[in-house]
Design a protein around this ligand. Structure first.
Ligand code: TXA
Ligand code: MG
Length: 341
């Protein structure tokens, strides 16, 4: 199903067969929990936090007063939309959906087709991004066809997705503290403004991936990866002086290179990189007006275009901006390019 962030591989959340098939279809490891997608109708209308409690999805007993206030505020403000909230779960939520964790990830997409499908199902839909595990999230029906076309029954074509990056995932602790588990389509500043509290970043993901079990594999390196090797340049092309600035001259460089660029002027950055490397260059731009919304929307489709191109080695300029959706873009670049090159 299309959502406003990326396409999701949807199955009924209370149907264990459907859940098992999601994992199998994606080749997704069992330790990687799913997000449950709901609608206003499924929750009996706003307020959505109360609806989650009434639907026996979340465990109110394990949320202190501050946590309840934060959850209420955030859901009232940002649902439906690109915010996923992790809260203590009730027994009604199958362990298969949460990989045995005692928390559940919940989201209310704002895409009308997703909402119609969930309403037709009459229950929440579990939906990870509709790609094979570790690959790039699909932002069009064609992308889903490439990723999973031979393994699934239907694709609902809702056109290219609006946001282009996955939802922002936060966990609300019993005492009310908010931790960012994955940067995404909702900027952290917006969450902080409504929560009137700082969002702790990254710590939980790193700590848990290291220690007691993995909380958000979307937070692991080497995720969202293209087929070809993607290398991060140390600086924008306009600031690189020689090949040695980013490449060991003793090593041979392939004939045809790909470049993912933030530059507003695609032609000139393409020529500059070709001049610097002495190679043929296919350049794909993220935004012609340095706009984070546009760059996010184009991000995965641009990487897929480079993956399909003649280029055999891909480079990406570093993201030089922060705030808004730039942080999520920088995060995806790090993960798509880490452990490579
Ligand atoms: O925008 C999105 O969120 C898309 C669309 C389809 O809604 N979905 C998506 O799902 O990106 P997926 O499965 O690719 O990523 C979900 C992430 C995973 O990294 C998973 O580990 C994390 O959510 N997650 C799920 N349940 C969790 C939990 N209880 N605690 C911590 N992380 C959780
Ligand atoms: Mg995913």
């Amino acid at each position: 199903m299309p959502t406003e962030t990326v396409y999701g591989l949807a199955g009924m959340a209370f149907d264990e067969t459907a859940l098992a098939r999601i994992f199998k279809t994606k080749e997704r490891p069992q330790f990687d929990p799913l997000i449950l997608h709901m609608t206003s109708q499924i929750l009996g209308g706003p307020p959505f936090f109360a609806g989650l409690v009434q639907a026996h999805l979340i465990d109110l007993q394990r949320l202190g007063p501050a946590a309840r206030v934060q959850a209420e505020r955030l859901l009232r403000t940002f649902w439906p939309g690109p915010l996923t909230v992790v809260l203590p779960k009730r027994e009604r939520v199958p362990d298969l959906a949460t990989s045995g964790l005692d928390t559940v990830a919940l989201r209310m997409p704002r895409h009308p087709v997703a909402q119609a499908l969930i309403n037709a199902a009459g229950q929440p839909l579990a939906a990870p991004s509709a790609n094979r595990f570790g690959k790039m999230s699909p932002t069009s029906a064609q992308d889903v066809m490439e990723e999973l076309g031979d393994r699934i029954d239907f694709i609902l074509d809702g056109g290219p997705t609006d946001i282009g990056l996955e939802s922002t995932i936060i966990e609300i602790a019993p005492e009310g503290g908010i931790t960012l588990l994955r940067a995404g389509g909702l900027p952290i500043e917006k969450i902080e403004a409504i929560a009137a509290a700082p969002v702790q970043v990254g710590q939980t993901v790193a700590a848990r991936a290291e220690g007691s079990g993995i909380k958000a594999p979307g937070g692991l390196p080497s995720h969202y990866a293209p087929q070809k090797i993607l290398m991060r340049l140390p600086a924008p092309v306009s600031r690189l002086k020689t090949l040695a600035d980013f490449w060991n001259p003793a090593e041979s460089l392939p004939e045809h290179l790909g470049l993912l660029t933030f530059s507003r002027d695609l032609g000139s950055v393409q020529r500059a990189f070709a001049h610097l490397t002495g190679r043929k260059v296919t350049a794909v731009g993220l935004s012609t007006r340095s706009d984070d919304t546009e760059a996010a929307r184009n991000f995965f489709s641009a990487l897929r275009a480079l993956d399909r191109s003649e280029a055999s080695l891909l480079f990406v300029e570093p993201c030089m901006q922060s705030g808004g959706l730039w942080d999520a873009i920088a995060d995806r670049i790090r993960r798509a390019s880490s452990q490579r090159g």
